[in-house]
Structure formats: C-alpha cells, structure tokens
Design a protein around this ligand. Structure first.
Ligand code: C2E
Ligand code: MG
Ligand code: MG
Length: 252
C-alpha cells in the first residue's frame, strides 16, 4: 500500500469550546484498496502493529501530516497544530524520535505545530522508557496528548510526572453523556483531574448539541467530533480555515 500510494490522510478539526474556533486537526489514515475499497484503520492498524509495518507507515504519516500542515501555513492560513497518532509499537521504536525530527526538518514545520497522541496502555507498557521518550519530545517543543483517556489503566501517580499537555476523553464516555449520570461523573472527573495537573481536556466523538453543552457547562476546553466536522480532505480544512478567517464561524 505504501509503495503503491494507497494511503491518504484525512484531517478532523479540533475546536475550542469557548471560541468555537479550529485550533488544530488530527490526522487519520485511510487505505484505499484497489479491490476492497476503503479499509478502516481499525482493521489494518492492529495488523500493521503485529507485523511491525506500523513503523514505516507511521513514518509516512508523520512526514505527510507535517508537510500538509506546513502547506496550509504557506498558503497564508492561520497556523494550527496537527496531531498524529502514535501506536504502541511505534512509541517503543528506538528510531521514533529521529523520525519525528526528520519529518519536521524535511517539511520545515515548527515543532510547536506538531502534537503526538499516545494511549495510556502504550505509555504503561514500559513506564520509565515512555517517560524518557516523552521528555525528549517535550524538550524538542512537541506537545503530547493521551488518547482514549479513561479506557486504559493509567497510574495516576505516574500521570503527574508526564510532560503531557492534553487528555482526550474517550468517545465511549461521550456517547451517552446527555443521559447517563455515570458517564457524566467520569467526564467531570477527567476534566477536573486534567485541569489540576495543568492539562487541557478535549472530548472526542462529540456528535450532539447536548453532549457539547454538557462539556462546555463543565469547563471542558475543546472538542472533536461529527457535530463540528467529520475527518475531511486537506482542501476542506483549507476552506474551513478560510471561512474562519473571514469571520464566519460554523455553529460550534
Ligand atoms: P482515535 O485516534 O481515537 O481517533 C478517533 C476516531 O474516532 C477516528 O476513527 C475518527 O474518525 C472517529 N470519530 C471522530 N469523531 C467521531 C464522532 O463524532 N463519532 C464517532 N462515532 N466517531 C468519530 P478512525 O479514523 O476510524 O480511526 C480509528 C483509530 O485508528 C484511531 O482512533 C487511531 O487509534 C487509529 N489510527 C487512525 N489513523 C492512524 C494513524 O495514522 N496512525 C496510527 N498509529 N493509528 C491511527
Ligand atoms: Mg487519536
Ligand atoms: Mg481516541
């Protein structure tokens, strides 16, 4: 798929809940298979993990996402940050820091406009090593966030020592947020935990106005989800940013 150019990236806007403005995007990989059509990353990323091919794919994602973000800037759009998912095996790879540094250098993107998303379970596999890797990224000026927060088993005592700028409340807690008191309690606890540790909190999978209102009322900082936009092609991000610059805010 890599050699035949069958992969492409879509980008999903991340929106500030106070201002309604796009401040970043998450890069999400897609595989357009000549026979099977569009294959979901949920299907092929675990296989790529198992086979180790994720390292090469991940390198391509990093390069492509950094290059795209630099291109938006070069087109005169408001600078935003691009978030790239890093899976467990990639996170353990001893060349990851090099790959990231290369992607930045090659694209000319400023480190402050790249963010890496890792999961809790990925971090907890080898805690000492993960912290060392995260510190390296932090020193390079790259932001890190914990994806799917609440679904793994983070050590809360370790969390405070992580150079993490953002917690992403997992979709599974957002889905029934409007009606389920347990999910409401969990979301509020994550928001409060994140803020007390000086982190921003973003909710993923926000699909309804009720979910958004609950999050906003409970001081969640940011959101991402179909309510605002699905993952879209780079040209559409271009359009959204242009609309934003001309003062039209899309009902967030
Ligand atoms: P993730 O990083 O947690 O990404 C969020 C997933 O939720 C994405 O699925 C996104 O399309 C979807 N989503 C966004 N908003 C909504 C919503 O409002 N409702 C619902 N139901 N879903 C929403 P996607 O693109 O299929 O990706 C699935 C997972 O595959 C990602 O979860 C991530 O773990 C992995 N993945 C995707 N791209 C990459 C990549 O480039 N590298 C690596 N290592 N993993 C990737
Ligand atoms: Mg993610
Ligand atoms: Mg997630």
């Amino acid at each position: 798929a890599l050699t035949d150019n069958q992969f492409h990236l879509l980008y999903q806007p991340k929106v500030d809940l106070k201002t309604g403005l796009i401040f970043g995007v998450e890069a999400l990989i897609r595989w357009e298979h000549p026979q099977y059509g569009l294959v979901s990353p949920v299907r092929f990323i675990p296989l790529a993990e198992e086979s180790g091919l994720i390292v090469e794919i991940g390198e391509w994602v990093l390069r492509t996402a950094c290059t795209q973000n630099r291109a938006w800037q070069a087109a005169g759009l408001t600078p935003i940050s691009v978030a790239v998912n890093v899976s467990p095996r990639q996170f353990e790879d001893k060349h990851l820091v090099e790959h990231v540094a290369y992607a930045l250098e090659n694209s000319g993107l400023d480190a402050g406009h790249l963010e890496l998303e890792v999961t809790e379970s990925s971090i907890m596999r080898d805690l000492a090593r993960s912290v060392a890797t995260m510190r390296q990224f932090d020193a390079m000026g790259i932001a890190m966030s914990i994806d799917d927060f609440g679904t793994g088993y983070s050590s809360l005592s370790a969390l405070k020592s992580f150079p993490i700028s953002r917690l992403k409340i997992d979709q599974s807690f957002v889905r029934d947020l409007a009606n389920n008191p347990d999910d409401q309690a969990i979301a509020m606890a994550v928001i409060s935990l994140g803020h007390k540790l000086n982190m921003k909190v973003i909710a993923e999978g926000v699909e309804t106005e009720q979910q958004r209102d609950f999050l906003r009322d409970n001081e969640c900082d940011e959101m991402q989800g179909y309510l605002f936009s699905r993952p879209v092609k780079p040209e559409q991000i271009d359009n959204l940013l242009r609309q934003q610059m001309s003062g039209i805010t899309i009902a967030a």
